[in-house]
Every structure is written in structure tokens, then in C-alpha cells.
Design a protein. Structure first.
Length: 232
């Protein structure tokens, strides 16, 4: 009898804990079309040539999730969030012309949620989310290297310096949430990332040793996206 009671209590606690986790977990899906831009700059090669490389993503799919760590009221919470971003776009630069590519970004942020969708109990019609953290970038996600600069070597033959790498960068975002007719909550979100560091390993398979590093690497990006909640 005691053993059955212990099993019953254990199952009850497990179910209760699972229900608590589910009530604090939120899923989103959405993306953007054309409102996703980034610019990379730095210096490469023996001559310290300046690189100015731009990326315009034509379409981005966002699949996000968050879990509320602290819920101070029905309309205020602090959460951990991650939102993988899969993007199809094109690189542009005057030196090589760029090219189409697919990239992946995974921002991991601490979010402050106020009002709409702050918790599963909130019934506010409007709300905001403010978050900050770090974003991992894989550029490109797959396929061939992306040319970022063209050098002319002895004999007049062009040599392309390529990029196929990944890095971490600080990121912040701000979202406005509201109630809609066909789903309970949607969000318009603007996300900004910026990094400036001494160097970045370009990772191109055909790069020589001297051309494998982008010195004084900096990158700025901005994205406007539209998201809907799947389970709120």
C-alpha cells in the first residue's frame, strides 16, 4: 500500500511539473520578406585591402520558442528564448558581385515580456517584448563559399577570397504584440545585431594562409519580422 501511494505521489508530482513547464512554454512561427539586411566590413590580404560586403535576405523563416523562468504577475515575465532564422538571399559587393546563398542565425536572448502573451494567464490586448543576448551565425549554411573580395596576383590572374564561417554576435530585439481575429496573439519584431572584433577566420576552402583572416571584422544587421503564437 505504501509503495502504491509513493508511486501515485511521484506520478502526480511529475504530471504537475510537466503542466507547469507547458504553461510557461510558448512557440512562435513567422518570418519576413525583404526586410532583412546586413553589412560586413574589414581588411584582407598583404595590402590590407578594404572589404565591404552586403547581404540582403529575400525571405526568412523564423521558428521560435521561449520558457518563462520568472512570472511576477499575469502580465509580466522574464524568459529564456531562442529563435532559429533560416534565410535565403543574395550577397552584394563591388569586387566580386556576391551571389545567392542560404544562412542560419540562432539568437538566444533573455526576454522581458509585458502585457499580451507575457504568461498563459494574460488577457491583455496589447503587449511588448524586449530582449538581449547573443546570436550564432552560420554563413553560408550549406553550399559553396561566398566570394567577398577579388585580388589580382602576378600574371594578371584574379584570385577570389571567400567566406564560409560562423561567429557569435550581440543582439537585441523589440516586439509589439496584439490580439488578432483568427489567432490570439501576433507580434511585429525588429532585431538588431552588431559585432566588432580584431579578426574573423573566413574559412574559405581555397583561401591562402594570408587571405584566410578578415581583420578589423565588423557586422551590422537589422531585420523586421512578423510572428504568430502557436499555443497561446
Amino acid at each position: 500500500m505504501k509503495k502504491c501511494l509513493a508511486i501515485f505521489i511521484g506520478v502526480a508530482l511529475s504530471v504537475s511539473a510537466s503542466a507547469q513547464i507547458l504553461s510557461r512554454t510558448f512557440l512562435q512561427v513567422g518570418g519576413t520578406v525583404g526586410l532583412d539586411f546586413a553589412q560586413i566590413s574589414g581588411n584582407v590580404g598583404h595590402d590590407n585591402d578594404a572589404v565591404l560586403h552586403k547581404q540582403v535576405n529575400f525571405a526568412t523563416l523564423a521558428v521560435g520558442g521561449r520558457i518563462n523562468v520568472f512570472e511576477f504577475s499575469n502580465t509580466f515575465s522574464i524568459a529564456l528564448a531562442a529563435e532559429p532564422l533560416f534565410s535565403f538571399g543574395r550577397a552584394y559587393n563591388k569586387s566580386t558581385g556576391g551571389g545567392t546563398n542560404v544562412m542560419l542565425r540562432i539568437p538566444c536572448t533573455i526576454d522581458f515580456n509585458i502585457g499580451n502573451a507575457a504568461t498563459s494567464h494574460s488577457r491583455a490586448k496589447r503587449g511588448v517584448v524586449m530582449g538581449a543576448g547573443m546570436q550564432w551565425v552560420k554563413y553560408p549554411l550549406f553550399g559553396g563559399d561566398i566570394p567577398v573580395f577579388k585580388q589580382t596576383v602576378s600574371g594578371g590572374q584574379p584570385y577570389f577570397i571567400n567566406m564560409n564561417t560562423n561567429w557569435w554576435e550581440p543582439v537585441v530585439h523589440l516586439g509589439i504584440r496584439s490580439t488578432r481575429k483568427h489567432f490570439y496573439s501576433s507580434e511585429v519584431n525588429v532585431r538588431v545585431a552588431y559585432v566588432n572584433r580584431n579578426s574573423l577566420n573566413l574559412g574559405g576552402a581555397e583561401n591562402t594562409a594570408i587571405n584566410s583572416t578578415l581583420r578589423d571584422f565588423s557586422r551590422f544587421s537589422i531585420m523586421l519580422s512578423y510572428l504568430v503564437f502557436l499555443n497561446y
